[in-house]
Design a protein around this ligand. Structure first.
Ligand SMILES: *Cc1c(COP(=O)(O)O)cnc(C)c1O
Length: 263
C-alpha cells in the first residue's frame, strides 16, 4: 500500500461515517454537512447560497434513498450510468433530478440522454457528440461540467488542463449541452495542501477561460470537493460539493472500483 492509498483509509476516509437509514438520520447528517459548508463559506468570505450540496447516493439501495428523499434530497449524484438509470426507473414516483458524475463511454450516452438532468464528467468530444445526438432526438437538454484532471494521476479521468480551452471552443456545436463549469477530483491524500493545489488549479483554469471568452464556460461554476475535502474546496471557490459518505455513511466498495488503477 503506498502513501496515498494509506491516506485513503486514513483520517478522511475511515469508519467515522455511520450508515444513515432513517429520514431522521439523513436530516441530522445533512444539517451537519450544511453547517460545515456555512462555516467554511464564512471563513472564506463567501455566501453559502452560491454553493450547492449534491448528495452522492452510489451503492446506496433504494429503501435508504427513499428515506433521504423524505429528508429533503431532490437531486442525487451517481457515478455509474447503469446504476443511476435503474434507480431512476425504480423511483420514478419520486421527484428526483439525477446527476451522473462518473466517467461515461459514448455507447452509454443513450441512457444518460433518457433520464439525467446533469452530467459532470464530460471529457471527450466523442461523448459530447453522442450525447447531443441522443438528446436532440429525445427533445431534451443536459447541464454539463467539463472534467479536468488536476492531479496528473493516471487513474483519474478528465482531460489534461492544457487541452481545456480548445475543448470548450468545440462545445457550442452541441446545442443540447448547457455548459455549467468545470469539475475535478483532487489527489487522494491526507496532505490537504496537495488537495488544495488541485482545487486552485481548477479555479485558475476557470478564470483563464472566462478571461479568454466568457461565453465559453457558461456560469463558470466549480464542482469540487467530496466528504474528505469539501471544506477546503469551498475555501478555494467550489460552487458544487459532491458528498456521499458524510450523508449516507461509509461505502462497502473501495474507491478503486470507481477510479480504476489505469483509468
Ligand atoms: C463517490 C463520488 C463522490 C463522493 O465521494 P464521498 O467520499 O462519498 O463523499 C464525489 N465525486 C465523485 C465523482 C464520486 O464518484
Amino acid at each position: 500500500m503506498d502513501e496515498d492509498q494509506a491516506a485513503n483509509e486514513g483520517p478522511n476516509h475511515n469508519g467515522q461515517y455511520a450508515t444513515a437509514t432513517t429520514a431522521e438520520d439523513f436530516r441530522i447528517n445533512i444539517a451537519e454537512v450544511n453547517r460545515r459548508i456555512e462555516t467554511a463559506a464564512v471563513r472564506a468570505g463567501r455566501d453559502s447560497s452560491e454553493i450547492e450540496l449534491l448528495p452522492v447516493s452510489k451503492t446506496v439501495p433504494q429503501e435508504r434513498i427513499r428515506e433521504a428523499v423524505a429528508a429533503g434530497c431532490h437531486k442525487l449524484g451517481e457515478n455509474k450510468v447503469q446504476e443511476a438509470f435503474r434507480k431512476s426507473a425504480e423511483m420514478s414516483d419520486l421527484d428526483i433530478d439525477w446527476a451522473v458524475i462518473g466517467h461515461l463511454q459514448s455507447n452509454k450516452a443513450r441512457e444518460v440522454a433518457k433520464f439525467a438532468s446533469e452530467f459532470q464528467a464530460l471529457d471527450r468530444l466523442k461523448v459530447a457528440a453522442a450525447l447531443d445526438r441522443r438528446l436532440e432526438a429525445a427533445g431534451r437538454s443536459l447541464d454539463v461540467y467539463v472534467q479536468v484532471n488536476t492531479s496528473a494521476e493516471e487513474s483519474k479521468f478528465g482531460m489534461p488542463p492544457e487541452e481545456l480551452l480548445n475543448f470548450l471552443r468545440e462545445l457550442p456545436q452541441f446545442p443540447t449541452l448547457n455548459v455549467q463549469g468545470l469539475m475535478t477530483l483532487a489527489v487522494f491524500s491526507s496532505d490537504l495542501d496537495r488537495v488544495r493545489t488541485c482545487f486552485q488549479s481548477l479555479r485558475a483554469l476557470r478564470d483563464q477561460a472566462q478571461e479568454t471568452d466568457p461565453e465559453l464556460i457558461g456560469a463558470g461554476k466549480l464542482s469540487m470537493g467530496m466528504s474528505g475535502d469539501y471544506e477546503v474546496a469551498i475555501e478555494e471557490g467550489a460552487n458544487c460539493v459532491r458528498v456521499g459518505q458524510s450523508i449516507f455513511g461509509k461505502r462497502a466498495l473501495p474507491d478503486s472500483y470507481y477510479w480504476p488503477e489505469n483509468g
